[in-house]
Unconditional design. Sequence first.
Length: 176
Amino acid sequence: MALLPILTAPDPRLKKKSDAVASVDDETRQLMDDMLETMYAAPGIGLAAPQVGVLKRVIVLDIDREDTKTGPLFMANPEIVEASDEDAVYEEGCLSVPEHYSDVVRPARVTVRYLDRDGKRQELACEGLLATCVQHEIDHLDGILFIDHISALKRNMILRKLLKARKEKEREEADA
Ligand code: NI
């Protein structure tokens, strides 16, 4: 396994639509394993392939590492096939939008269809944090970040701060 570098906004690769995987082969499994290790190290509860610069429809999730009953989830070609009318609000963050958080409204419950790490077709009913997380990660596959769900004013403020932080970091690295 290997740790992969995580892209941060603004980055054009985070705005691209990812391609479906033809099948879950060894290469896809390797990507899933590397993504999981990268997510745990960050640490985070979800990661989508475009966040590590791979434009494939692959996500990994683990909303509770202590809860060994669910464990990590690996999803290829995930698709929301059912969503509740009822909404829920969660304060979201993202490894690609470091140190910024915002309330996002999404359907409270969703059913997701996907291929698991063995390439087997699965369907999972999600609620609570898992429902939010799976929708957030699938958004990444369509080039959508959580900040795209909030006001343009707040989004642009966050993007400006991220750019400024990046420039400062580059300057520090150049001085070192
Ligand atoms: Ni994210």
